[in-house]
Write a new protein. Structure first.
Length: 678
């Protein structure tokens, strides 16, 4: 038996483990007890979520659509067709008629190459990825407040928290979506750490909380403003921190003054006395660390929600020191790294703006070509561009928008309409089924590279087995397309790609393959002597002075009415991940949760004459699905909940594509539905 140390391909926690292999097959997983993150712990996905690597559904040969049918082709045929089509499209319609979606599941090296393909070879900044749909408000909001859109502190700090400290978890179902971190939080609670939880559903953390704030979905700004109002009224703010390290406090204070707990109760449904109790815990603790995920970001007010979280941390001085911070938990294994690598339409690697002429000149010199200074299209804009016949070709790399995007009937319409669609993946996903060319990539176990975790920790992944069939590492596929289109750069290994990325990305400059051979390093890391940065904003913010931003509550885009009287929110379950393409092909996971369901409160179920486990139809203004009812008090009356893991009952058939005006994230967390018994 051989054992290879690598990094988990699921959530953004960054757990590492050993893949144990025999005869070219993974037979088991052993947790890495020396890792700074998981320290020997793994969740069910870490232990049992590897069967997909060997699944019979794996793509093993390129496919080309001929006479309406996808048929096997050689790599030469596939690469030639793609390069010919893209060159023709550029010649006929211009570079901006081509777009790409990059992949948070794939490595830093592969994401770097994908954005370079689009910028340096195709000639457009039309590159985006799934962060648009999960944490784009984090990048925009925290960059505005602090100058950096990333998790401020480190995961292992939770293990040092005690009775004088507090955890504020808002919009994060941590024990299911980031289970190892959830265990650390519950262990801290057992040591006496105070736990405040804000979530519309009775998640596991809520059952252990000192205070559970069960607010209506989409009312986060009102709730956070009210907590801040109480802290200011009670004199619990950190006046020295506010004076020395922030600006615009007066305008913020004036705004939150009217958000009394009683007023917020009318909006949020949370009793005023609970808001007061939570505020006192947060304000009186020696250290308060705030954690959030998509319950904060996936709203039309997503950026305002993030800014409100930042405001709360600043008024209490809970930044720039251990056991504090604003800590967005990234949902996919390398969504942090994908952002870092510039898989976004407005920034090069390292968040260097494409509109900055000095930065642009630096990349032109490095890449030996002229570059566009026009901000590219986001994922929603690409889909609209297809409808308007402005986007002619789309390259989807390691994403499945036919299940992960909102209003998937609209997504399907767009993907069927685009002139040329390339999909690169490990399975024939619902998106790949619509493609003109399908390219078989490899899993995390079949290639080398790096992932960057939610805490900015850059870690190695290592090849443990050979690729299945005729599949190829994704970096090799992208490099071959670049070569076919005229870029003569030869990349012999992921390390060579990484070293090129390093040379143009200051925050990664000191993080070398050799330095992370045994453990990860957190960026920013400016040179090879730098130890990395476990805590951001120590002594000063990246932007210098922290900025308060006054935000007012506004309603979600779609609320229940007479025709659609119930509210729907979405999320995940512990056994599955994203669109289920990997976990549903891992028997140890899928067997524990083999089908989808809609959570509905007993009072709503009784009114609709629905029994537990009965088949129901769930409809919104965008579509209908059939699923089973799970009658439970986990959701309050008037609220329902569904996942997006199951292709038989895709929750995103129902969700609303209305988006935040700043970052264009869709409002996955709130829409109106009706439920009918079948």
């Amino acid at each position: 038996m051989e054992s290879v140390l690598t990094t988990c391909p699921y959530c953004g926690t960054g757990c590492t483990f050993y893949l144990n292999t025999e005869h070219g097959e993974i037979i088991s997983v052993k947790p890495n007890r020396e890792n700074a993150v998981n320290k020997g712990k793994l969740c069910s996905k870490g232990y049992f979520g590897f069967d997909f690597v060997h699944h019979r559904d794996r793509l093993q040969q390129p496919l080309i659509r001929k006479n309406g049918v996808l048929v096997e082709a050689t790599w030469e045929e596939a690469i030639s067709l793609i390069s010919t089509k893209l060159k023709h499209t550029i010649q006929e319609f211009g570079s901006d008629s081509i777009a790409a979606f990059s992949s948070a599941r794939c490595t830093n090296e592969e994401n770097y190459l994908m954005q370079k393909l689009m910028r340096a070879v195709v000639g457009t900044n039309n590159i985006d990825h799934c962060a648009r749909l999960c944490h784009s408000p984090t990048v925009a909001g925290l960059a505005t407040a602090f100058g950096s859109g990333a998790m401020t502190n480190s995961i292992n700090e939770i293990e040092t928290m005690g009775p004088k400290d507090a955890i504020f978890a808002i919009g994060t179902n941590t024990t299911e979506c980031h289970p190892v971190m959830g265990v650390f939080m519950l262990q801290a609670k057992a040591r006496g750490t105070k736990l405040v939880v804000a979530d519309p559903r009775e998640i596991d953390l809520a059952r252990h909380a000192d205070v559970w704030l069960q607010h209506k979905p989409g009312t986060d700004v009102a709730l956070l403003n009210a907590i801040s109002q109480v802290i200011l009224k009670e004199g619990l703010e950190d006046r020295a921190f506010i004076k020395a390290r922030t600006n615009n406090f007066a305008a913020f204070k004036e705004t939150v003054k009217r958000y009394t707990p009683q007023y917020a109760e009318l909006i949020t449904g949370v009793p005023a006395e609970k808001i007061i109790k939570a505020a006192k815990i947060i304000g009186q603790a020696d250290h308060t660390a705030t954690y959030y995920t998509m319950g904060i970001t996936q709203h039309t007010s997503g950026v305002d929600n993030v800014l409100s979280v930042a405001n709360l941390a600043m008024i209490t001085g809970n930044l720039g020191k251990e056991k504090t911070g604003v800590n967005p938990l990234r949902g996919q294994n390398n969504v942090q790294g994908s952002c870092d690598m510039g898989a976004l339409p407005n920034v090069y690697p390292g968040y260097q703006p494409v509109k900055d002429s000095t930065i642009k000149a630096k990349f032109e010199e490095a890449w030996k070509t002229s570059l566009s200074d026009e901000i590219g299209l986001t994922i929603p804009e690409v889909l609209h561009g297809i409808e308007e016949d402005r986007v002619k070709a789309l390259y989807v790399f390691g994403e499945n928008p036919m299940r992960s995007d909102p209003d998937i009937n609209h997504v399907k319409h767009c993907l069927e309409q685009v002139d040329f669609l390339v999909v690169q993946d490990i399975f024939l996903t619902e998106t790949a089924e619509l493609a003109d060319v399908v390219l078989p990539g490899t899993t995390f176990a079949e290639k080398d590279g790096t992932f960057t975790s939610t805490e900015r920790r850059v870690q190695r992944i290592r090849k443990a087995i050979e690729p299945r069939g005729n599949s190829r590492p994704d970096w090799k596929i992208i490099g071959d397309i670049m070569n076919a289109m005229g870029d003569l750069t030869e990349y012999s290994s992921p390390q060579k790609i990484y070293e090129e990325m390093q040379s143009v990305t200051p925050s990664y400059a000191g993080i070398t393959y050799s330095r992370i051979e045994k453990g990860g390093i957190q960026w920013p890391c400016s040179d090879i002597e730098h130890p990395g940065t476990p805590i951001l904003h120590v002594g000063a913010f990246n932007r210098g002075i922290g900025a308060f931003t006054a935000a007012d509550y506004r309603d979600p885009a779609e609320l229940p009415d007479q025709e659609y009287p119930l509210m729907l929110t979405t999320g995940r379950v512990v056994a599955h991940y994203h669109t289920g393409s990997m976990t549903r092909r891992s028997w140890g996971l899928h067997g524990t949760h083999p089908e989808g369901y809609l959570e509905i409160n007993p009072l709503d179920a009784k009114r609709l004459n629905i029994e537990d486990e009965e088949l129901i139809r769930v409809s919104s203004r965008r579509g209908s699905i059939t699923t089973k009812a799970q009658v439970t008090k986990r959701v309050p009356e008037g609220l329902t909940f569904i996942t997006f893991h199951f292709t038989e009952s895709p929750g995103n058939m129902l969700t609303n594509s209305a988006s935040d005006p700043v970052c264009q994230i869709p409002e996955f967390k709130v829409c109106a539905v009706k439920v009918e018994k079948l």
